[in-house]
Design a protein around this ligand. Structure first.
Ligand SMILES: [Zn+2]
Length: 197
């Protein structure tokens, strides 16, 4: 951030009185611009015994498969965000069932919240950010080309719970070293943006 979004004057990075962390502070109008973690919300869309995955049309990890998820918007609930993202990326209508997994990614100041969701009907199509959308049985999941560690983790935990016959709420911290370890050889060779899970 270079300029104040309130008055347009230059901002300076400094620790405000009574605070403990550096913030962008406007000397002209004295506004403190706080920057806080972003919440990324998505779901596991389920139709019978199959899961809906989207093949990314955008970087990072273009061409890799992911679950529908994206940044939450102001004024919506987490469930609405998951439903909206699923429609935007996969043109699928879902009913949100329950929160399933929460991942902290403090190295990039993001939090991922994934829901379980039921597809209302087996209709879907690629949205703007997807090259392809498809339903997969567990044995058909393209593990070698899953886009992100959080998505792989979510899917693995989902299938484990489903086999056990009951769903838990999963909670984990994901660090940068976990991301590298989780990538398949094919994923490591692909052009990658280091700042995305
Ligand atoms: Zn200002």
């Amino acid at each position: 951030m270079n300029y104040c979004s309130h008055c347009g004057a230059p901002v300076h990075l400094k620790i405000p009185a009574g605070d403990t962390l550096p913030r962008y502070v406007c000397e002209a109008c004295h506004t403190v611009h706080y920057q806080n973690p972003k919440l990324i919300v998505g779901c596991i869309p389920v139709w019978q015994d199959r899961i809906l995955l989207c093949r990314r049309a955008i970087e990072p990890r273009r061409g890799f498969w992911t679950l529908p998820a994206g940044f939450m918007e102001n004024g919506e609930t987490t469930g609405q965000a998951a439903k909206r993202e699923t429609y935007e990326e996969a043109r699928a209508d879902v009913e949100i069932e329950a929160p399933f997994a929460l991942f902290n990614l403090p190295h990039i100041s993001q939090v991922y919240l994934m829901f379980r969701a039921r597809m209302v009907r087996p209709d879907f199509a690629p949205g703007e950010e997807s090259l392809d959308v498809s339903l997969f049985r567990e044995a058909e999941i393209p593990w070698e080309t899953i886009a992100f560690r959080t998505v792989r983790d979510t899917l693995e935990r989902y299938f484990t719970d489903r086999a056990a016959g009951h769903y838990q709420f999963h909670f984990a911290d994901v660090g940068p070293s976990d991301l590298n370890a989780a990538q398949a050889p094919s994923a490591r060779a692909a052009p990658a943006s280091g700042a995305t899970p």
